[in-house]
Ligand binder design. Sequence first.
Ligand code: NMX
Ligand code: MLT
Length: 424
Amino acid sequence: MNNLKQILTTKIPIWGEQLQKIQKEYSDYPVSTITVKQLFKGLRDVIAVVCDTSYVDPQKGLFIRDIPVLKLMDLSAEELFFLLCSGEQPDAQSVQDLQMDLSARREVPQQVWDLLESQPPDTHPMSLLSMSMLAMQRESVFTKAYQKGLSREQYWEATFEDALNIIARLPVIAAYIYRRFLRDEQPIAPLAHLNHTDNFANMLGFPSREFKEFLQKFFVVHSDHEGANASVFSSRVVNSSLSDLYYSISASMNSLAGPLHGLANQESLKFILSVIQEFAGVPSEEQLEKLLKVKIQNGEILPGFGHAVLRAEDPRYQALFEFGEQLCPDDPVFQVAGLLKKLVPPLLIEKGKASNPYPNIDGITGPLLYHFGMKELTFYTVMFSTAQVLGICAQLIINQALMLPIFRPRSIPLAHLKELIENQ
Ligand code: NMX
Ligand code: MLT
């Protein structure tokens, strides 16, 4: 048993007791109310789930296990996953054990390669990634054990096995999609001695020290962002019916693939490139401001700006922007990103619609990936998803350990809603 599993085995009963106690003592305590506005506004600000892996403060941004994300920027993916799951930072031996455990699970079943190879070359990489998850579902440890008869207390252990298998294989699959579909190049096999993100960098064909450093930070900022953003929430709902992690993570990918969510990194860079093309280079502030005003006036969405929870600049954006200032201050794409960061917020504030006028994480990752030579924009959301799976797995392991029930809120016809309001 690896050390992470041992720690979870000790902590889960304690978490379970805490949950029982709070449920018993405060079962009727109102946590959130819901207004008509919120009902039609994507349940914004309604507290809908408990999530201990991370929390987003509207002003201060992301906290992972109560630690501000800016203090965690140097963690490896292994350290991060350990922290997300257990709330503890691992010692060197535990990290090594986890790395070896993941390394032993990297072999991707043949049916994934066969399925991918049978797809038309213009299939979006997020579709390919999501299909790969479903192609592996037949191997779910959870589902096999469940069919044989599994007690509720054992759900989390089987989920833990699925989680490690998925985390280990996902970068191998993502890198294959990148090289075969977007570059028409041979895949690169994983290496047992490399850690999670260094291996991913290598398999993508970007083995430089700078890219590895970037990728390690990219994984930190994308690993987790509470339990109720669209993709993570989707995975929670699916998993709550005891559909296994393969189904649940495929669902998260299908949600992340939308332009208002994870696809915004692709769309944001597309916009930056269109600006550079229109002005045959980096525009002046006046030129760009004029263009932005027209777009905002026309009601166009500016990808890479705004957020449903944050009300200040995203620290994840700040961290990667500062990385870019060191890495590529003279890169025209990065320079346009910098101009947008300066010009867009006052314009969105002036327009008075957006609740958050500041750049979000998806407004900065594209320029950096592009600078490193990853010019295939449709792959950017796959990068997001491959990192985000760390947090999703941690959350779903914990949910299964706490034996949470199936999600089933109510819906109401509009006429009933009207009656409800009128009768008050
Ligand atoms: N550009 C132009 N208008 C915007 C933007 C933006 N970036 N963000 C919000 N608005 C508008 C929005 O369309 C809405 O208009 P209307 O009332 O006509 O429908 C109004 O401002 C109020 O929306 P908000 O309450 O600010 O935003 P909401 O919480 O509904 O949605 C986002 C949050 C992130 C979906 C939204 O800001 C957006 O669409 N941003 C651009 C896409 C993006 O960058 N998404 C990535 C988010 C981060 N991620 O990693 O997932
Ligand atoms: C995320 O990282 O998932 C995004 O910032 C979206 C969100 O939190 O709503």
